[in-house]
Design a protein around this ligand. Structure first.
Ligand code: NI
Length: 137
């Protein structure tokens, strides 16, 4: 059976402060530098959502990408866009809002939400020079 992957891209912007409240101010500054700015800073994020599966003979699709778009917008974009990841986003509560932790949170939400489509990979860009990837391992 031929497995094909298909990717939908969404964009959002959000503010955060990357710091660990359990550490001292000096240690946070040493670890996180500018990202530790107490008065926040923002990023324009890009999230690439890849699902995979066999092509359905009836539709010629792996999955209806309009369904995936609607799920990602409802579960992720509507929750984080124009929000503060530290203060406003329930699924990031109590978590250092690094790109790594954000992609893990997105996976935990999207993997069951896109079923029966199989989530294959998430790629989350924080800047045009930096991204993280996660495939569920
Ligand atoms: Ni940042």
């Amino acid at each position: 059976m031929s497995i094909v992957s298909i990717t939908r891209i969404v964009r959002f912007n959000a503010a955060h402060r990357v710091y660990n409240p359990a550490l001292s101010d000096a240690e946070n500054q040493r670890l996180f530098g500018k990202c530790n700015n107490p008065n926040w800073h923002g990023h324009n994020y890009t999230l690439e959502v890849t699902v995979e599966g066999a092509v359905e003979p009836r539709t010629g699709f792996v999955v209806n990408l309009a369904d995936i778009k609607a799920i990602v917008e409802r579960e992720i974009v509507d929750v984080v866009d124009h929000k503060n990841l530290n203060l406003d986003v329930p699924f990031m509560s109590g978590t250092i809002p690094s790109t790594e932790n954000l992609v893990l949170a997105c996976w935990r939400i999207l993997a069951p939400a896109v079923a029966p489509a199989r989530l294959a990979k998430l790629k989350l860009w924080e800047t045009e020079n930096q991204y993280v990837e996660y495939d569920g391992r």
